[in-house]
Design a protein around this ligand. Structure first.
Ligand code: F6P
Length: 335
């Protein structure tokens, strides 16, 4: 990379003029989300000094206990986005139903979906967490929950922000994946990777191993073979990592490759998986595919799933192409 610092604003203006031809409203939307992420980062960094740790005393629509930072991050994203004229509505993992832009503000062309604070169980222990977002085009008419039920292939932008040792924003508008790092002194996002590529091969997997006894046979077979190492059918030793925040586990894969899995398991057999299609799986799949990786639910490309509910869950396998192909193949053999 050249030593010239490229800001997020410059990158977006160039994308508006150049190949991606992103419309001005989408540029504004991305800038607003990035600004909101800066505010969330400030709250995250305050920790115990800012009274942001611990539970909020409420539950979200999926019956999960909300942390104070879940609620704060959700509010920051709503407040930042509702008045700019770029959105028709928003949907959040933390809200039961979508939120239309209030009538007092102009209505824009886009729909924004977000997981305001991913990996909430890491908040109080000072381990990486993040924000994940996805952008769809509103197809017209009144905005309802159904307006958001578009497959991942309809996304026009997706990204995430990791609040870790550094604060990084990773973004795609459908022309590759770029990364920005927050320069705290300047208060600006500076491009630090201009074309993220996920290596096709890897020796690193990420899965919550404590669920092994609940997995379906293709997942068990895949992991058993990884664990067998050099002497097993794969002929190589694997390493394992599990941050327990999808955003951080996917960021590692974006940086050095790997496979991430949160598969369906027998604990709640009626649910297709734990992770949310609209707020987690679709945006991450878009980013992973744009970086040359693959994302499936074991049987199908995640981005081609037609959603039927806002808070739909899905089984997720994503990352380095050759590993995801193997575990997807094992699912296809037994289907
Ligand atoms: O959103 C759910 C989430 O926090 C993901 O970010 C993460 O990958 C997963 O749950 C961790 O789940 P578990 O606690 O079961 O390992």
């Amino acid at each position: 990379m050249s030593t010239k610092r490229i800001s997020l604003t410059q990158y977006l203006i160039e994308q508006q003029r150049g190949e991606a031809q992103i419309p001005a409203q989408l540029r504004l939307l991305i800038e607003v989300v990035a600004r909101a992420c800066k505010r969330i980062a400030i709250n995250v960094n305050k920790g115990a000094l800012g009274d942001v740790l611990g539970t909020a005393g409420s539950e979200n629509v999926q019956g999960e206990v909300q942390k104070k930072l879940d609620v704060i991050a959700n509010e920051v994203l709503i407040e930042a986005n509702e008045w700019g004229g770029h959105l028709a509505g928003m949907a959040s993992e933390e809200m039961d139903d979508m939120l239309a832009v209030p009538n007092r503000y102009p209505q824009g062309e886009y729909l924004l979906l977000f997981d305001p604070l991913d990996g909430s169980s890491n908040i109080d222990i000072n381990v990486s967490i993040g924000t994940i977002f996805s952008v769809l085009k509103h197809q017209g008419g009144p905005v309802t929950n159904e307006s958001f039920l578009q497959p991942g292939t309809a996304q026009v932008c997706a990204g995430y922000c990791v609040y870790g040792p550094q604060t990084t924003l990773v973004l795609t508008v459908g022309k590759g994946v770029v990364m920005f790092t927050l320069d705290r002194e300047q208060g600006s996002w500076v491009m630090t990777e201009d074309n993220i590529r996920i290596p096709e091969d890897t020796k690193e997997f990420a899965i919550n191993m404590s669920n092994m006894r609940h997995w379906a046979s293709p997942v068990k077979r895949y992991i058993d073979e990884c664990l067998a190492g050099k002497d097993g059918p794969r002929g190589k030793d694997f390493n394992m990592r599990w941050v327990a925040a999808m955003v951080a586990d996917v960021h590692r894969i974006m940086t050095r490759g790997g496979i991430f899995m949160y598969p369906w398991d027998k604990r709640e057999p009626n649910k297709p998986g734990k992770l949310r299609l609209m707020y987690e799986a679709n945006p991450m799949s878009f980013l992973v595919e744009q970086a040359g990786g693959v994302a499936t639910n074991g049987l199908q490309r995640i981005m081609e799933i037609q959603p039927t509910q806002l808070h739909e869950r899905v089984s997720v396998m994503l990352g380095s192409r050759n590993e995801v192909d193997i575990v997807t193949g094992y699912h296809q053999e037994v289907k």
